[in-house]
Design a binder for this molecule. Structure first.
Ligand code: PMV
Length: 350
């Protein structure tokens, strides 16, 4: 008889932080030095789709991403697999009829509907989908909050991709990370006219990866101490309020200031880290120009550990924002294109 293959699938979207996670107080557990808040993009736009399967005949754990075999021996991925298997063993211990899935090897197949090389935060969606696919496969009784505790160990920002809408990651106080989890600030339906436009300023691999960049910042930036201890805690409250009140003026001021504060900390490290390039700065100037012409905050820019801009705006201001950016982009929309070309744009609803 053909052997039974156990299988489950799920998808998770990319999230883009508006209050940034930058700094680990525990690099092993991915415990952050400060809280963060993000907007999860819609499933139709940028997302990872992942299928996890297991069967007695599988000979080793494996992960395929967009058709290519990936190395899963890294400590982060291993931590996620270990935690999930541990939870499955608890299920099996309580139910003698439950198939012994935890002992079988896992085959994980993941597809991103956006180019992984585009320099967009793909690890967040990737780890969130991986963790949830295995949790489904193992039939674990887990909430997004519980799963966020596991996904966080894969990639910190992944803990915020298990829920839609507006999500915060609580820094937590405990050393074991049990309270360093994500929670929903508001569902997407609370503020449905939020839009995001993503400018792929460069699809090069980043100069300094987030783990190394964070480590360097924590070790050598004095500005960072101020950011983590004074600036971000206040902004966390203010951003939650801005989201609850659907106050775009406050949302925009907080997100752009937080992005600039994070990049200022990167510049304050030894040696300095430059994530933004000339195209990034052109995007910042364009946002500032649009806002000043309208005499209000129409658009809010933010940058992760790379030069690509994410510009948030409200649907009513589509023409004011996307119109200008399209003019900047010219006739080269989309993801593809040679490096060093004009800015490429892709519009994304969130
Ligand atoms: O989750 P990581 O280790 O890829 O770090 C993400 C860091 C930023 O994207 C710059 C900020 C954030 O909160 O997502």
């Amino acid at each position: 008889a053909a052997e039974e293959i156990h299988r489950a699938s799920t998808h998770a979207p990319v999230n883009i932080a508006v209050i940034k996670y930058w700094g680990k107080r525990d690099p092993k557990l991915n415990l952050p030095t400060n809280g963060s808040i993000s907007v999860t993009l819609s499933q139709d736009d940028l997302r990872s789709h992942t299928t996890a399967s297991c069967a007695p005949s599988f000979t080793g754990d494996s992960l395929t991403l967009n058709g290519q075999a990936e190395d899963i021996s890294g400590a982060r991925t291993q931590a996620c697999l270990r935690e999930l298997r541990q939870l499955r063993r608890e299920v099996e211990a309580q139910d003698s009829h439950a198939p012994k899935l935890a002992d079988m090897k896992l085959k994980i197949v993941s597809e991103n509907n956006f180019p992984t090389a585009a320099g967009l935060a793909s690890s967040a969606a990737g780890f969130a989908a991986l963790v949830r696919a295995i949790a489904f496969l193992y039939q674990l009784p887990t909430s997004p909050t519980d799963l966020s505790r596991i996904a966080r160990q894969g990639s910190g920002s992944a803990c915020r991709s298990l829920q839609g809408g507006y999500v915060a990651w609580n820094k937590g106080e405990k050393d074991d990370g049990s309270d360093s989890v994500a929670y929903e600030v508001a569902p997407a339906s609370h503020w449905p006219d939020m839009r995001a436009l993503i400018l792929v300023a460069s699809s090069d691999k980043k100069d300094v990866g987030s783990t190394a960049g964070m480590q360097q910042t924590v070790a050598s930036s004095t500005l960072f101490q101020h950011r983590a201890n004074e600036v971000v805690p206040k902004r966390m409250h203010a951003m939650e309020k801005a989201i609850h009140d659907r106050d775009f003026e406050a949302f925009a001021a907080l997100s752009t200031k937080d992005s600039n504060n994070f990049h200022a900390c990167c510049l304050d490290t030894d040696p300095p880290i430059f994530y933004l390039n000339d195209t990034s700065r052109a995007a910042i100037r364009l946002c500032e120009m649009i806002n000043s012409r309208h005499d209000r905050s129409v658009c809010a820019y933010t940058f992760d550990a790379g030069p690509n801009a994410v510009v948030y705006y409200l649907a009513n201001d589509e023409e004011a924002v996307a119109g200008y950016f399209k003019a900047l982009v010219g006739d080269k929309p989309g993801w593809e294109g040679k490096r060093g070309q004009a800015i490429q744009a892709a519009q994304k609803s969130v």
